[in-house]
Write a protein that binds this ligand. Structure first.
Ligand code: FE2
Length: 436
């Protein structure tokens, strides 16, 4: 099966979104890692020919063979598709596509890395990967299923969401709908605003896209009902603006990725960013004979150090990653925050953690201890501490401990290692998690 060549004149269409929300509109603080446009309403992006060519590319045997897995029932996920489809690769890297995205975002963006181009979520009926792959056709399905009145009126936030409240791994995202939505109920993206309420963005019709700073805004995807298929394709992006650093984490994607490939691309783009930034800075310093501004030197280089530190920390060793997934399972990995909340309620928790810290049982001499003390001081003084799960809210009712710090840093593998060393898994077994 030969693929079509991507041609923006044939496959793209664009009308700017009717509404763009700023952080201000959502009553949210805008951090230095963010840019003003927080999200958009759906806008036309792919032509009918573009939808067909994209879906055709997704049905190729190479993608079925290399990219498909099923993280949970009735869900098929395709990752690393740009490696096996030049149509999809060319679409997401074409100057015309990037011009459209920049127009919506208000800043120039590029895909964060090749691995994350065209991540595709398929809600299907089958149970096995093979069954679900066989449901995937180039032509979008038009069949609908009966929906009860009660189902129609279900609140997307209180209902069983497909993906509960979360921050994305990367700063920006474009979500494109590849299925018909006539007869579909739910499937909205909800944004958490500053006053705690949810702002609902309607499901994009087929061929439409929505833009979101998903790494900066907490959001959820509600379950879609009423249609036999729901296919969305998602590309994560970062800004190319000098001095603007992406606040990315690999925490949520490590278990669903080929780590060797993911790490290589991650390190490459991070190092390229640092090289670029160092080039600008070197240029700024060149030739001047006035006294160098010490404050600027510290600020610029400390930012680089922090960026590189995150780069390194997110590259968790293959051995530890495999050991933790092997011992506790993927479910526990993703439920780490839930487990952490529950285990704190067990008798003996505080004592066990305190004793372990005193005895330095866990990784003695590790920089993680310095990180812990710095963060502890910060929360005790009421400072703003950000992490993989957003701003750390601290009421000072107990000590800020290593478990908090490891989850803040998005190091779930190290968190589970620590749980084992301290012996918390004897207070609350991981197998009890599903009953919580
Ligand atoms: Fe998301």
């Amino acid at each position: 099966m030969t693929e079509e060549s991507f041609d923006p004149k044939i496959h793209l269409t664009y009308t700017p979104p009717t509404t763009k929300y700023t952080f201000d509109d959502l009553s949210l603080a805008q951090f230095p890692t963010a840019t003003p446009i927080a999200a958009s309403t759906p806008f036309p992006f792919l032509t009918p020919a573009g939808i067909l060519a994209y879906r055709k590319a997704l049905t190729s045997p190479a993608i079925a063979h290399h990219c498909a897995h099923s993280p949970y029932k009735n869900t098929l996920v395709l990752r690393n598709v740009a490696k096996y489809s030049s149509f999809i690769h060319d679409l997401w890297t074409h100057p015309e596509t990037l011009r459209i995205i920049a127009d919506v975002a208000g800043v120039p963006l590029v895909p964060i890395m090749k691995y994350e181009i065209g991540h595709t979520n398929i809600q299907a009926n089958g149970t096995s990967v093979e069954e679900m792959l066989s449901e995937l056709t180039a032509e979008p399905a038009t069949s609908t299923v009966e929906v009860t009145e009660a189902e129609k009126s279900q609140d997307p936030v209180s209902g069983r969401s497909v993906i509960p409240w979360h921050y994305d791994s990367y700063p920006y995202v474009l979500i494109v709908m590849l299925s018909h939505t006539t007869g579909m109920y739910g499937g909205e993206t909800c944004l958490r605003t500053g006053d705690g309420s949810a702002l609902k963005i309607i499901t994009p019709p087929i061929g439409h896209a929505i833009f979101l700073q998903g790494g900066e805004i907490q959001h959820l995807a509600s379950r879609a009902i009423g249609t036999t298929e729901r296919i969305t394709t998602i590309t994560s992006l970062r800004a190319t603006t000098p001095g603007l650093y992406d606040n990315s984490y690999l925490t949520n994607v490590r278990p669903e990725s080929d780590l060797g490939v993911l790490y290589r691309e991650w390190v490459r783009y991070r190092v390229a960013k640092v090289v670029e930034e160092m080039g600008y800075f070197e240029g700024m310093l060149e030739g001047g004979d006035e006294k160098v501004d010490v404050e600027t030197v510290h600020r610029v280089l400390e930012t680089q150090i922090g960026y590189l530190r995150r780069t390194v920390d997110q590259v968790v060793s293959y051995e530890l990653h495999d050991a933790v997934i092997g011992k506790y399972g993927v479910h526990a990995y993703y439920a780490a925050e839930e487990y952490w909340e529950q285990v704190q309620k067990c008798a003996g928790f505080g004592e066990l953690v305190r004793m372990s810290e005193e005895k330095r049982e866990f990784r003695p001499g590790s920089r993680l201890w310095a990180d812990l003390y710095a963060s502890r001081m910060m929360v005790e003084n009421g400072g703003v501490l950000r992490g993989q799960v957003g701003v750390v809210k601290w009421d000072n009712e107990r000590d800020y401990v290593m478990g908090d710090e490891l989850l803040r840093q998005g190091l779930r593998e190290v968190f589970w290692e620590w749980v084992g060393v301290v012996g918390l898994d004897e207070l609350l077994e991981v197998s009890d998690l599903s009953e919580l």
